[in-house]
Design a protein around this ligand. Structure first.
Ligand SMILES: O=C1O[C@H](COP(=O)(O)O)[C@@H](O)[C@H](O)[C@H]1O
Length: 761
């Protein structure tokens, strides 16, 4: 058998950290003269760059200590691992045309494509594989997908349908690496070998509650771009923790075939019932918003992204009815632990002589804990209270005496547990890759199960985004302690932190600054801090645009304020992706480009001259036709519109920077000018004269409102009045043209300095 393994995104983070090491282990395990491999790292960068990046990764892929077999085979593995540029259809064809060249004619050949790329690329990559890499002589094709599998049930269905155009269900493997953790792998076997004891205990007659926990000490700095869209519920609770729930709560099949396990899990998931929204708590670590602003953008959504959550679920089955399953997960927690803890009811009570009148006798707590990772145990394993029963251990588990530097583990003294650990604690991704190769289906999430998991989130957790999460300090659980009361979860203490934060804000600034203005994101700071935040924001938008689409289309307003901003960008962001940036104008005065009135001249001399934007990426508004300034016959506005349509994909700017005049105008959309109401045109000449008695050309609201990001920069005490006038106007009125600006699906952010906000200089 010969196996082609192509890791697309093969020089990215996941591949570097986990996949190549796992590929080496696979090779060491299976390679012999009848079982050969070709590995490819595919990515969009050129052959040369990719080859170097892969070389660097492979240098760091090392064997375990004293693993001589691995040391011996590692050079052959590296020899068989190549970089291929996979950007176009043609590249895929070239790659797959090589297939078969080094293999024997009667050989069984299989191919595995690991898509370690953003899920937005799944469709094009799948199409390329399907079109170019299906060959008659290939017995098996697998494509491997990483989450996110959609954002909700609907998008998950769409994603599944898109993939389904190219691959049948049996060819697709969806990874949930929690299913591949060594202890997760033992849950069903443990239940099975202890069927006589455990199965009768696992029910509402004996179980008090089940806690499923994944606490981490790391935060999400560096990946907020991804995290802001997901939050803790979508990131880990909807998938990893709910999969763990299914492993402990599903009925146990007599025959543990992959098909049976799948059917039993599906049945269990369909029994998880919606809970009241009082059964959900959310939190956010205090630095999150700051990190989000630094990394991506300041969206109003970031305020609501939970980095901690607890949810109480019910299972509507005879076995589990009324047993609370409490799922908890968070970033920057006080400890790192992932576990499933099944707590059994107290069966002995203190009746007289009880300490402090406490009538519950907790001498022998009874629990069964699957410690999936970390925690206070020496290593991941299974713990059974000695007062519960003496367990049998499944093959692959080794009983050990429990020793720990902590005096209590899950509330018990360490010696009170039977404890066993997997004989081989294999890293999750090594198991993922090995189970892909060996076709162990239960390590992966089927399309049906993925949709059933979304059902739970969609039905049960949909309200979580509606309230602001409670703030907590990094590594301090204090503000997050909670209790379960019946079917509700409640924080234990008053929300001390946000009370404190608000008081501090008002003390230091004498004003409380809300997070939003006119229902859109507000950033309000001293002028210098504001400009540096906005410069960073522009930089972040540029990187995102270039990463996602290749180019960054930026439209700039004229005026004094942007000049200071341009200087901020020029001096602080030498790595600005200028080569891929296109500069457009929001508006222009009808004056020649070398006139002191020209906005273009200002953009040129304060920004463009310093950041080396290719001249063909600079798009001045055509107001000057060989000295004929804004001559209506030249139709400069139509020409600019055409230019935009030709160059800006779908006419959607990545970022439009606007200002606000004291009369409520923005761009050159002045109060009372009829052209600004045009609902079809994108660009227009404006005959309204301003103070300098000069006509203008301007972008119009229908175009501005298509943009991905629109920012309105407002500085100076003279803007106080207009800000406060428009703060209470909810309707759209040409009396204050700024109210016409409301991006349809993009973000609008207000950057207002303290002078403008407070009216004090
Ligand atoms: O899938 C994810 O899991 C990691 C935690 O994985 P672990 O194996 O280190 O427990 C988590 O940090 C990440 O946010 C999430 O996307």
């Amino acid at each position: 058998i010969h196996t082609y393994i192509v890791i697309i995104g093969g020089t990215g983070d996941l591949a570097r950290k986990y996949l190549w090491g796992s590929a080496l282990q696979l090779f060491v395990q299976h390679y012999n003269e009848n079982c050969t491999f070709s590995f490819y790292a595919g990515a969009r960068v050129t052959q040369d760059t990719g080859h170097k990046a892969l070389g660097h990764i492979l240098e760091n892929v090392q064997c375990g200590a004293r693993d001589q077999k691995c040391e011996k085979l590692r050079p052959t593995f590296i020899e068989n691992t190549k970089y291929v540029m996979l950007k176009t259809d043609e590249h895929y064809k070239e790659l797959c045309d090589q297939y078969g060249s080094g293999t024997k004619t009667d050989e069984n050949i299989q191919q595995i494509f690991y898509l370690s790329v953003p899920s937005s690329a799944y469709q094009s990559v799948s199409k390329n594989i399907h079109t170019n890499c299906r060959r008659d002589f290939i017995s098996t094709t697998r494509v491997v997908l990483e989450k996110p599998f959609g954002h909700d049930k609907h998008s998950a269905e769409v994603q599944a349908a898109v993939i389904g155009q190219y691959f049948n269900d049996n060819e697709v493997r969806r990874v949930d690496h929690y299913l591949a953790k060594s202890v997760s792998k033992q849950i069903l076997s443990f239940r099975s070998v202890n069927r006589d004891n455990v199965e009768s205990l696992l029910s509402n007659e004996f179980v008090d509650r089940v806690e499923i926990v994944m606490k981490e000490q790391i935060g999400v700095k560096g990946r907020i771009d991804f995290y802001d869209q997901t939050g803790v519920i979508r990131d880990v609770m909807q998938n990893h923790l709910t999969e763990l729930l299914a492993l402990v709560a599903m009925e146990l099949p007599m025959n543990m075939s992959a098909e049976n396990i799948e059917q039993y899990k599906l049945r269990l998931l369909s029994q998880v019932t919606p809970v009241n929204k009082d059964a959900i708590l959310t939190g956010q670590y205090m630095e999150y918003i700051k990190e989000a602003r630094e990394e991506v953008k300041n969206t109003s959504q970031s305020m609501l992204t939970p980095t901690f959550s607890a949810v109480l679920l019910n299972i509507n089955s005879a076995r589990w009815r009324r047993v609370p399953f409490i799922l908890t997960s968070g970033k920057h927690m006080d400890e790192r632990s992932s576990h499933i803890r099944i707590l059994f009811r107290e069966r002995e009570f203190c009746v007289s002589g009880c300490v402090d009148g406490n009538s519950t006798f907790t001498k022998y707590p009874r629990q069964l804990v699957f410690q999936i990772g970390h925690g206070h145990v020496p290593s991941a394993g299974i713990l059974v209270s000695r007062s519960l029963f003496k367990p049998k251990w499944p093959p692959g588990m080794n009983e050990l005496p429990m020793t720990s530097k902590d005096s209590r583990i899950h509330g018990q003294s360490p010696g009170d547990f039977y404890y066993a650990v997997p004989t081989n604690d294999i890293p999750a991704y090594t198991t993922v890759v090995s189970d892909l190769y060996n076709d162990v289906r239960e390590t992966f999430v089927s399309a049906n199960r993925m949709l059933a998991l979304w059902d739970i989130r969609d039905n049960v957790l949909q309200d979580t985004q509606s309230g602001a999460p409670r703030l907590y300090k990094k590594y301090e659980a204090e503000n997050l302690h909670f209790v379960a009361e019946g079917m509700k979860l409640k924080y234990l203490s008053e929300d001390l932190i946000s009370h404190f934060v608000q008081q501090e804000e008002s003390r230091s600034q004498h004003v409380i600054i809300p997070h939003t203005f006119r229902n859109r994101t507000l950033v309000c700071k001293s002028t210098q801090k504001l400009l540096s935040d906005l410069a960073l924001y522009i930089y972040a938008c540029a990187l995102t645009a270039v990463n996602n689409r290749g180019d960054f289309h930026l439209a700039l307003s004229g005026g004094r304020t942007p000049v200071v901003l341009f200087k901020e960008i020029v001096s602080n962001y030498p790595m600005f992706p200028s080569e891929q940036t296109h500069i457009w104008q929001v508006d222009e005065r009808c004056a020649s480009h070398d006139s002191e009135h020209s906005n273009f001249l200002s953009i040129l001399s304060n920004l463009v001259n310093f950041v080396h934007i290719p001249y063909f990426n600079i798009h001045p508004m055509p107001v000057d036709f060989a000295g004929k300034i804004c001559d209506p016959e030249n139709r400069g506005d139509n020409l600019y519109e055409k230019l935009i349509n030709q160059n800006v994909p779908l006419g959607i700017f990545d970022l439009i920077l606007l200002g606000l005049g004291t009369d409520g105008h923005t761009a050159s959309l002045f109060p009372g000018v009829k052209q600004i109401e045009d609902s079809i045109k994108f660009v227009s000449l404006i005959s309204k004269k301003d103070n300098s008695n000069i006509d203008r050309m301007t972008l119009l609201p229908p175009l501005i409102n298509k943009a991905r990001e629109v920012t309105v920069l407002v500085t100076g005490v003279e803007k106080f009045d207009i800000l406060h006038k428009i703060s209470s106007i909810n309707s759209v009125t040409t009396e204050f043209p700024i109210t016409l600006i409301s991006p349809v699906s993009g973000n609008l952010s207000w950057f207002i300095d303290l002078e403008a906000w407070t009216g004090y200089s």
